[in-house]
Every structure is written in C-alpha cells, then in structure tokens.
Design a protein around this ligand. Sequence first.
Ligand SMILES: Cc1ncc(COP(=O)(O)O)c(C=O)c1O
Length: 374
Amino acid sequence: MPPFAEARVDLGAISENIAVLRRRAPGSEVMGIVKADGYGHGMLPAARAVLAGGATWLGTAFIEEALELRRAGIDAPTVAWILPPGAPLSEAVGVGIDLGVSAPWLVDGIAAAAREAGRPARVHLKADTGLNRGGVVAGDWRQVVEAAARAEAAGLLRVTGVFSHFACSDEPGHPSIGAQLSAFHEALEVAEKAGLRPEVRHLANSAATLTLPETHFDLVRPGIASYGLSPIPGLTGTGLRPAMTLRSKIALVKRVPEGSGVSYGHRYITDRPTTLALIPLGYGDGVPRAATNAVPVFAAGKRRTIAGTVCMDQFVLDIGDDPAGDYAVLFGTGENGEPTAQDWASILETIPYEIVTRISQRVPRVYVGGQGGR
Ligand SMILES: Cc1ncc(COP(=O)(O)O)c(C=O)c1O
C-alpha cells in the first residue's frame, strides 16, 4: 500500500543535476554533499545518485555519517569536516575517511589516531578565509601546515586536500568573495612552501560552482544544487530540477458554513459556505508552524494557501466548491502548478535548505528514477 504521505525523491534528477554542475565546472571534480541525510532526501540513495551523476567525492559534516556510507559499501573518497572532541578519529582513519582539520590540536589527534589504526590518515586542511566558523584562523595556519608536513614526513598522514568555505557566495558581488579567494590563494602558497602537495584544492559550494568559475580549483562541493534547488533565489537558467516532491493524500473533506473558524485559534474564518480538506501533515512532519495562513499548497486543481494554524499532525485547506481529488502536493518541481521549496522558503523568510532538510523521518521517502534502496 502506498504511504498516505510521502517525500518522493527523483534520484534521476539528482544525477542529472550533478551532470549539469560538472558542465559548469569542466576542469574540476565534483564532491556530492550528502550530510544531514542528504539534505533530507536520504543519505545513501543520494550518495549513490550523485556518484551515478559523475561526482567522484562525497562530503559529510560528521564522521558518523561517513561511517554509515562505508557500512553501506560506498567507498568513494569521503571527507568529514566537523570533528568535535571525542569524534571517532581512529575508526575513521581505519576505513580511509578523509578528515577536515580546523584546529592545531586536531593534527596531533589525527596523528595519534593513525598510529592506533595502523595506517596513515588522509586529511584536508581547512583554512578559515573569513567565514569565521570552521577552519584554521590565519594566525594558526602556518603552524598547522608545518605540523601536518612533519606528520606527513613521519608517515602518519597524507594531506590529500586544502580547502575553505565561503560566507557570502550566494550574494553575487559581495566584497567578502574576492577577499576570501585571495586569502585562500595565500593559504595555498603557505602550504606549497611547506612542501605539501594536496591532490585537491577546493572552495566552491553550489553558489560558487554556478557563478564563480575562478573559485573552482580541482574540486567543487555543491550541496543544495545537487538536489535541484538554487542557492541564490531568482537565479534562472541553471537547468537544475528539484528532486523532492512532498505530497499527501487528502484525509478528510467536509462542508462548513460561512463564518466557520478553522483549526487551533480560529486564525482562519470561512467567508462563504465551503469545503475544507484535511491534509495529514504538520509540524511533526516538518511543515513549519509559521506556514499558518501563509504558504501555498496545490490541491483540487490549484494553489491554495494553508487555512489556519498548522498543527502537529495536520492542517486544513479551503477548497471552495471544487472537487477535492485524492492528493495535495505541498511542494515539488513547480512543473505542474505546485509550489517549490523555494516558494515556501521565500514566504517563510528562510532558505530552501531548511525546507527540505526539516522533513522528518515520519514521512517516508519514496524513490523514483534511480537505484533507490537504503
Ligand atoms: C564545507 C562545506 N562545503 C560545501 C557545502 C555545500 O554548500 P551548498 O549546499 O550551499 O552548496 C557545505 C554546506 O554547508 C559545507 O559546509
């Protein structure tokens, strides 16, 4: 029996999006970013789909995510870059996961993990070029590079990559972009002078992959664009296709008179006798409560704004006198009249990343157009 609600994920779209991005960065390899359960699409199917599309690397935030890829038999080079104290470094080194280095103490920690694992670690030194989030600050960079070079000479690790991450690449023309690019070139020069010869130097996220060719280096790291969503609202002509469609059966319809208050708080009042349709998805499934009386949903032949408060498990649509049909589509490709995750994000003053990533595990992912399976 099909689920009453589903996040339908078109794996073919993910593979094709990677192919589109490869054409944008023809001289570079592509790292598919599959952290946060593949931006909500399902990490393992997303990983297989990006690799099928021509990505040669994978990226995760945490080692645990990368270990799950390995356990599933996915052995593409994979970088994990958030390594809090206590992260399972030697387990990661043992299965050849590349580790992002954001602090001096991590060089020693990873060298110790390599001794324990009995094999050299693969590391990517991460320069903080101005994001001031992860990454080694400029004042510590030389020290980290030299420590890594010593550990490399001792056979404890291999510096496979040097990388950084943009703060404002989604704001074309932002002055920090040029400043970060220059800082990255300087960081690379320091690494080179210390004798490091990384296989891959990488800086570009989705926005930079799409709009800043001078930032592509050896490898680009598009995340959101792989899932067909634009990192820059309003950027057209990308050729990307949203991979996730969130839809639900209509659980119930009922006729109500004019003046009926709908859902908690009666924040919507019917202005005529009308039909209400109940959609069994709520904030427990990842539909933001802020979507109350705000976001569109495609149902009964057209877009309707959610009527009244989004509850934990359900919300209501006012479909007038139209026949309800079987399904409502909350967001999708936009090709059949339904809103997109970007439409929701714009209304909710957030980014499409948050819309797709927050769809909870209560909503089954249903895979089409690829190998699927988890
Ligand atoms: C280090 C790093 N690279 C790449 C990405 C992918 O970014 P985007 O989804 O904007 O392409 C992220 C996402 O947060 C990241 O942290």
